[in-house]
Design a protein around this ligand. Sequence first.
Ligand code: TNX
Length: 670
Amino acid sequence: MSASFAFATTWTPATDSEPLGYGLELTNTGDAPVSNFQLGFSGPARVDPHATLENGRLLKRLSNHTLVAPPDGFVLNPGETWTATARGLSYGLRHWSDGANSAYVVLEDGRVINIPTAPTAGKGHNSPLLKGAPKFPVPAKAPVSHSIIPWPKSVATSGNRIAPAGLDLKPVGEAASEAAKGFSGLVADLFSVEALVRPASEAGMPVHLSEKSGLGDEAYEIEFADNSATISASTRHGFFYGLVTLGHMLRGARLHPSTFTWPTGGRIEDEPGFSFRGSHLDVARQFYTGAEVSRLIEIMAWNKMNKFHWHLTEDEAWRIEISAYPALTEIGAWRGHGKALPPMLGSGPQPTGGYYTKDVMRQIVALAESLSISVIPEVDMPGHFYAALQALPELRDPDETGEYQSVQGFPNNSLNPAHEPVYKFVETVIDEVLEIFPAGVFHLGADEVPLAAWSGSPLALDMIEKLAGPAMRAKHESQFNQLGNHHGADEIEGSPTAVLQSAFIRRVHDYISKKGAITGGWEEAAHGDAVDKDKSYVIGWRNVEINAELAERGFDIVVSPGQRYYLDMANGISWAEPGAGWAGWSGPQETYEFEARAGFSEKGLQHLLGVQSCIWSESMTDRAIFDRLVFPRLSAVAEAGWTLPERKNYERFKALVGLMPIMYGHWAAE
Ligand code: TNX
């Protein structure tokens, strides 16, 4: 007897007369009847803790993993479909990629059968589902004669010639040589057969790199002649960016010779508007191999981005090898049926996941360094800590009772600030992390601690009383067994939870400072001024306005509003677009035109370090979705980080961006 199934889900929004319906349809495609089975499924959408299931039983839910069973005595015969309807989701589905994308059946005899899962069908939505990067064909006539993204500060070239076949790099001095080496490796990886760098014997045009004092840390100048170019810079970074500019121009002029030209005279002078031009990658919700991370870093370098924020830990997984605590990766890096972490976000019943060994991380740091990118590791705490707590339950207050839940539906997911062993653990992790990542920045997260966190922990309640008095203790006790807000992150500012969180952040921040490193944090790290402003920076993400407010209070700021720079948000409002929607949607143009400086005072601008795109991975099971969401919006953020507002121009960007590399090579069909 062979057991096989098909699974489909449907989405029907609430109406005046009926609550929302999330339909589950399991078809028996095998040749024998089955009974007493269970159905597990996952994908971004979360069945709400208060949900009911019609025509079935809700057995278990953990975040977006749900386990259900048919009514008692139910038999599913070959060819038949069991349909059940969940009433209650943490958020209504907005896009086709929101629903379940993996499922499995556990049979009565314990066998686990993986099930092909169709994308959720949204009621009334019939247009073809979109995947792959949107295409931006290079036009016959572009608004500018050179293809360069981000657009430089000043382009005053003259003359034109047939583009050289490649560039023969002639560095003088160490800074120039290192930049030349980094650039040669970069183009060999990104565009191998194009041979952008080639010797004179293969028609490489000489490019001289000569040191010039007095230019900014990332500034460069290029002077063009008939059959050569000269890059001047004061640093390795300046040389590197000069080379990247030549590389862009060369690709444009060679691949689209009737649109773009190569100059015989004149100059380009350039330097970035912001010193922080970053992208983040969440490798916890989905795992990306070292090779994938390396390619993203190379693509960032081609966009002249200089900070890679590596989001290494989450509720759903722990991805970083820590020698002192092998359980973190043995247990925390793998999801699967019957494991400490269930299948989530489409990861299926078989063990799925992975982690980075120290060797791999060191290689990635070295690669990034050679491309003028520094790597900022994030270990997200005290919230978003479920995976590590599953691996190391001894980090919990042993007397804690009750349950609280995070916005993403994880129970009791936060490191307890009142439990002393937590600090030894955190300090050991920081020691090991800073050894791997020499950039001197440790991002400690600090986002989204649930309002009811630790309300059943006697240790935590005592600590609140000590810090803020008996009334605050009582206030926190009243949160006991409150499941929290599943329809948006809790607002904790001013609460007893924030008192505990900021005491925790303060202590961890002091340790990071003692080690000589800067603390990074999400905007919540600023609650109660828990971090010293001269030894930290924070990322504003919940809305646009928060950034100027925090800068006004004196915090160094990196701008990454969910509404514009979260690259997991869909490109448009339609169901056919994949991606998330809690912060709305943002097409390439909206992302491009967003201006980080808007709303800042003169004083606030002093604290504006720059911009960052965030690649959250809940929706990225399918790498064709990754390509659609990340490109070309990554370049839009990169240009906003480099090019001054008065020189940004979407028409120009649109004409050039089709030349930029994407991650996996999935392009949209049209
Ligand atoms: C909010 S941003 C989160 C993440 C999610 C993201 C999805 C932030 C600091 N927390 O945990 O992945 O939204 O858009």
